[in-house]
Design a protein around this ligand. Structure first.
Ligand SMILES: NC(=O)c1ccc[n+]([C@@H]2O[C@H](COP(=O)([O-])OP(=O)(O)OC[C@H]3O[C@@H](n4cnc5c(N)ncnc54)[C@H](OP(=O)(O)O)[C@@H]3O)[C@@H](O)[C@H]2O)c1
Length: 260
């Protein structure tokens, strides 16, 4: 995720000289230097001391170690993209002076086609909010949330969401092969249908209308959609999102108990 953000910031015109990266793994640090021509240091404290904005992009389990000894300047933006790590935990470790924003991006950020949910408590300044949004807009769209707990729902919908669509394409290609198509042909048809449909959605027409347009009365699509409705696909997706959201909440609670 950090590499996606660095790539996005550079593509948006941020000079590499103004980006500094902390990376503990030497091999990964070398790759970052080669790929992006940015300064890479082993300890976050070296970049945090005089940063305008600090992005926390380590795994939740690594957060406690990453924050140890960090003293960002008073008023600096600290933007966390770590799943589950609550603002209260970060605040406890970083003190009162920083402007803390929490977010949940998703993996299409790699192609600058991501979407991030953001939350900041009322005490965070408009300038810090704008800077956080500016950073995340370099890798896609942004949605502000009214309370921190909604980040669990964002994690369930858009955070884990790309995997649901990959799963659907897998299932479609298997179903196509099941109808007698050669496996490679079924895979090609499923994939192109998925990407083609996604491009139709980008035209701005509502998905319900797009669906209605391709569903003629008594036709093949209607026969298939009836099976999906009768089989409870809507309820199943709702249950899947509830499970992901509950898991995000549990992970947040566990981290609150055990650190960071
Ligand atoms: N992947 C997603 O779809 C996604 C979506 C939204 C949010 N996120 C969040 O984004 C964060 C990063 O996820 P990721 O998948 O990009 O993880 P990742 O590939 O493990 O990246 C984290 C990087 O930070 C390095 N690191 C660890 N401790 C450090 C320290 N103290 N100082 C500096 N660098 C340190 C790690 O090095 P080592 O490899 O040596 O540990 C690793 O290169 C996570 O908190 C995750 O919850 C991920």
């Amino acid at each position: 995720m950090a590499a996606s953000l660095i790539g996005g910031l550079l593509a948006a015109g941020h000079p590499a000289a103004r980006l500094r990266v902390a990376e503990t793994a030497a091999e990964r640090a070398d790759w970052l230097r080669r790929e992006f021509a940015v300064t890479v240091v082993p300890h976050a404290a070296q970049v945090a001391a005089d940063a305008d904005a600090l992005v926390l992009a380590v795994k939740p389990q690594q957060m406690a170690a990453a924050l140890a000894g960090l003293r960002p300047p008073s008023g600096a933006l600290v933007l966390s993209i770590a799943a589950g790590v609550r603002l209260a935990s970060l605040q406890r470790r970083l003190g009162e002076g920083v402007q803390l924003v929490r977010s949940m991006p998703n993996t299409p950020a790699l192609l600058r086609a991501g979407i991030s949910g953001l939350y900041a408590p009322p005490s965070v300044t408009p300038a810090a909010r704008a800077l956080a949004e500016h950073i995340l807009r370099c890798v896609g769209d942004c949605v502000w949330l009214a309370d921190e707990a909604q980040l669990d729902a964002v994690t369930a919908l858009s955070g884990s969401g790309p995997a649901y669509f990959f799963f659907l394409v897998e299932a479609l290609r298997e179903a196509g092969a099941g109808l007698g198509l050669p496996a490679a042909t079924a895979a090609r048809l499923a994939l192109a249908t998925f990407t083609g449909a996604a491009r139709m959605v980008q035209s701005g027409t509502d998905v319900a209308e797009l669906r209605a347009q391709v569903t003629s009365k008594g036709g093949t699509t209607q026969a298939a959609l009836r099976v999906l409705e009768d089989g409870g696909l809507r309820e199943l997706l709702a249950a899947a999102l509830r499970a992901a959201s509950a898991r995000a909440r549990e992970l947040g609670e566990a981290l609150e108990r055990d650190g960071p």
